[in-house]
Design a protein around this ligand. Structure first.
Ligand code: SAM
Length: 213
């Protein structure tokens, strides 16, 4: 699967603070809500964990939870391991398309701000859902919305990345309803904080889809 890996070209300074500080940093409302949604879960697989910002929050608020973070960008995994040396084995370099090789099932699988950056989200969602014993938590900064002319996705921002807004109808009707086994429930948590005001998509609010098995 082809992935545009622009993150690989980040400088060490960019890597260090990536999504940890500023408007979209550690205390973003969507992160705090995600922690709440992990209540009752004993393990979490954080897909596209970056430099370990969610781990940092979990360590403070949910130290009981068993955590594994995977990310395709080697610099991020290295930075996470350096930041949390005693938990270094909790971070692995891996693509979500290789999740099939990972042993075990996690109560919750989390993917925050990942699907927008993929060439196609369909195989990714099914892959992650299969590893989720109880729920899959998907956080979007570009919420799916109805697209005109039967378009599947809309790529308007950031030339160096895939930055997709996907069609809402297809996401819910086709993708989520098409998961096997069918989800018991899908809970939607809108208005989970805005993006960085410097970005062109600053007016969009994060949304969380909680897919319960
Ligand atoms: C916008 S960042 C989000 C980081 C983190 N989830 C957070 O919320 O702070 C997107 C992350 O997805 C990772 N990523 C992109 N494609 C991936 C793939 N195929 N498998 C695993 N991680 C991927 C990138 O390396 C990057 O760390």
């Amino acid at each position: 699967m082809k992935v545009k890996e622009t993150w690989r070209h980040f400088t060490p300074a960019q890597v260090k603070d990536f999504l940890r500080v500023g408007h979209e940093g550690r205390d973003h409302p969507s992160r705090l809500r995600t922690i709440e949604l992990l209540e009752g879960m004993t393990s979490v697989l954080d897909v596209g964990c970056g430099t370990g910002v969610m781990f940092e929050l979990l360590r403070e608020r949910r130290p009981d939870i068993d955590y594994l973070g995977i990310d395709v960008t080697v610099q991020f995994v290295t930075a996470a391991r350096e930041r949390f040396p005693t938990d270094a084995t909790r971070f692995r370099e891996s693509s979500l398309y290789d999740l099939g090789r990972l042993p075990g099932v996690y109560d919750a699988v989390l993917c925050r701000h990942i699907l927008e950056h993929l060439p196609d989200w369909e195989p990714a969602v099914q892959c992650m859902y299969e590893r989720a014993g109880k729920k899959l938590i998907i956080v979007f900064y570009l919420a799916p919305r109805p697209l005109r002319f039967r378009r599947k996705r809309d790529e308007r921002f950031e030339p160096g990345f895939y930055t997709h807004t996907y069609d809402l109808g297809r996401f819910v009707e086709h993708l989520l309803n098409g998961l096997t086994p069918a989800p018991a429930e899908v809970r939607i948590h809108p208005r989970q904080g805005t993006s960085d005001p410097r970005f062109r998509w600053r007016d969009r609010e994060n949304i969380i889809y909680e897919v319960v098995r």
